[in-house]
Ligand binder design. Sequence first.
Ligand SMILES: Nc1ncnc2c1ncn2[C@@H]1O[C@H](COP(=O)(O)OP(=O)(O)OP(=O)(O)O)[C@@H](O)[C@H]1O
Length: 281
Amino acid sequence: MNRVISPANPLEAAHVTMRFGGLKALSDFNLVMRPGELVGLIGPNGAGKTTAFNALTGVYVPSEGEVLVAGARVNGEKPHQICARGVARTFQNIRLFKELSALDNVRIACHAGASSGFFDALFLTSHHRAEEGRILARAEEYLAVMGLAHRAGEIAKNLPYGEQRRLEIARALATGPKVLCLDEPAAGMNAAEKIELMRLIRGVRDSFGIAILVIEHDMRLVMGVSERLLVLDHGVTIAEGKPEAIRKDPKVIEAYLGDAYLEEKKIAVPEGRVRGEGGDA
Ligand SMILES: Nc1ncnc2c1ncn2[C@@H]1O[C@H](COP(=O)(O)OP(=O)(O)OP(=O)(O)O)[C@@H](O)[C@H]1O
């Protein structure tokens, strides 16, 4: 595939393959995230979505291919280095400082991008105090954007599950990313919480102008919020495009939507496929 790598694109993957022993969990994965885009990454269980996230964010080093942040190759860099370049992420399992307040969780993440150093902090210089003031204001803003302003003083572990998930996003935002990668941010939420979360995610993109890549199992939700979708199945990208086109793509219907959808829409089971295979949407 001929492609132009552009420093204007905050995140790109070019021909990324991930192997675990004999298993190819991700094959020739290509992605171009443009500034401010909201892209959904979907696919059935085990399709390779989290593996793609891990390869993009430095948790794994790609077996083949390149990951580029603003045009710079980052293969082999550690997750915190890639985060410092502007790619933040959340995880499927919540990773908060559970004993700290919501505000402190976000403040700590703000410090990742702060200019005040160790000696400034030790001697409480005026620079440090000014920096702390700015960080506090920013942390409060990120909490507010995620609808958590009223929870600032609450200990993270005492927040309801849905709010812990939103706090994770606030914390990722606080690192000042150009791209935010959200791994199933709505997992475990009820229907109303999911809809509210998707509205917030869109709001984050609109307010901060950052690109967002989101893994989400709920097809209707992700189609409602994304401008573009990539569909993985068995590690292979089987479709890419606007939600309207993806919805009608027979390969996607076969691989992802599964029997319930086929039954409901009275679509014949694709040849060679046995009922009971396919996705869980
Ligand atoms: N570290 C690893 N070692 C070995 N196999 C792995 C590893 N990570 C992922 N896999 C395998 O790679 C495949 C893709 O897994 P992955 O977690 O990326 O899928 P997924 O699309 O995110 O699935 P889910 O929707 O269930 O989270 C699976 O077969 C999984 O077992």
